[in-house]
Design a protein around this ligand. Structure first.
Ligand code: PMP
Ligand code: GLN
Length: 375
């Protein structure tokens, strides 16, 4: 019997494959298409010849753990113990799967905010848990009345993705306070904070669960070097959690992957000595502004984009077709691939919205915008 009877191929694979098949500009799946930083390439070429090709310790290369601890201290003023509070994972995807499958038991409920990233629900289902999907407001801000009303004695976890994929919105101080007020009444609920876009924010600084005194003792934070260092294919991410939670997650991790590939860990550890994370938001802000400017006279309506490298648009002025059909037509007839937003809702809520990834060269964005402006 299938554990995931209603899950099909991820929309990211589907749209990228369609884009390739039709030779269209791929702004669907989120990955950069610009060249990697020369400094990371040089480090990589050099260390490939060194003695780095065997298993690293299970929880991660100690030098990389140290670098993450230093960065967490610098960025969020949180001291994390490298022996007990950090775990290197094969991308945030494995971190999220590990966190959910460590703590969610048969029948436990997990609150997921829709539109939601596609890996949360299957991770909960494999664990035997029950995903409880709660829609964000129309402007993609959290609706705390709805969140509170779904909590039961079986609620085990809430997943908070901030900055948010696909909507590109970020949580405010008031949002965190509202969540804290609710969760203080429910000490059994764990928080899974998916912060993979923590270094890509434009309108206000990212507020991390690393800084939330009330919740951090029961929060697992997932992050990814794929996003912050533009190496999605390297699949290196990490979890930060208090020792009692991390102890349990390491037990699962060691039989899921044991340890993550050594080469990427060595290269990233060394690169973290020279990289400046504040450059990441600046670079993407320029790309967001360019893309928004290019589309401002088009018939697409731009939604606010406070963070991430995704721009959501409404196409009501162009078509009344459902978003999946419209996205397919955009590929086959207009040569640009995007992600339809309805796929991120439990009930496929269709508000005629598409997500474009702007982590692309300026040339790619200009070429795509030219096509989009002609529609
Ligand atoms: N969470 C979110 C919100 C994401 O957008 C992604 C990547 N698309 C991931 C998790 C997974 O990250 P990784 O590629 O490091 O597994
Ligand atoms: N996170 C990426 C996105 O949102 C895709 C990740 C994947 O393909 N699994 O587009």
């Amino acid at each position: 019997m299938s554990k995931l009877p209603n899950i099909t191929t991820s929309i990211f694979s589907v749209m990228s494959q369609l884009a390739n098949q039709h030779g269209s500009i791929n702004l669907s799946q989120g990955f950069p298409n610009f060249p990697e930083d020369e400094r990371l390439l040089q480090i990589s070429e050099r260390i490939l010849r060194e003695n780095i090709h065997q298993y690293t310790p299970m929880a991660g290369l100690p030098l990389l753990l140290e670098k993450i601890a230093l960065q967490t201290q610098k960025q969020y003023n949180r001291k994390v113990d490298i022996t007990s509070e950090i775990l290197i994972t094969a991308g945030a995807t494995q971190g999220i799967f590990t966190a959910i499958n460590t703590f969610v038991n048969q029948g436990d409920e997990v609150v997921i905010l829709d539109p939601s990233y596609d890996s949360y629900e299957p991770s909960v289902l494999v664990a035997g848990g029950k995903p409880v999907r709660v829609s964000l407001n129309d402007d993609y801000t959290p609706n705390f009345n709805r969140i509170e009303s779904t909590i039961t004695s079986k609620t085990k976890m809430i997943v908070v993705n901030n900055p948010h994929n696909p909507a590109g919105r970020i949580w405010t101080e008031q949002d965190f306070e509202a969540l804290e007020t609710i969760l203080e009444k429910h000490p059994q609920i764990l928080v899974l904070g998916d912060e993979v876009y923590e270094y890509i924010t434009f309108t206000q600084p990212h507020i991390s669960f690393n800084t939330r005194e009330i919740l951090k003792h029961r929060t697992i934070i997932a992050s990814s070097f794929g996003k912050s260092l533009h190496v999605t294919g390297w699949k290196v991410g990490y979890l930060i959690a208090p020792e009692n939670l991390m102890y349990e997650m390491k037990k699962v991790h060691q039989f899921l992957v044991f340890s993550v590939n050594s080469f990427s860990q060595y290269a990233i550890a060394e690169y973290l000595e020279v990289v400046d994370f504040s450059e990441v938001s600046k670079m993407y802000q320029q790309k967001r502004d360019l893309f928004q400017n290019l589309l401002k006279d088009s018939r697409f309506e731009l939604m606010p984009c406070d963070g991430t490298y995704f721009q959501v648009v409404n196409y009501n002025a162009i078509s009344k077709e459902n978003d999946v059909d419209f996205a397919k037509k955009l590929i086959t007839e207009h040569g640009v691939a995007a992600i339809p937003i309805s796929v991120f809702y439990e009930d496929a809520t269709d508000k005629h919205m598409l997500r474009f990834c702007f982590a692309k060269t300026d040339e790619t964005l200009i070429a795509a915008a030219e096509k989009l402006c002609g529609i």
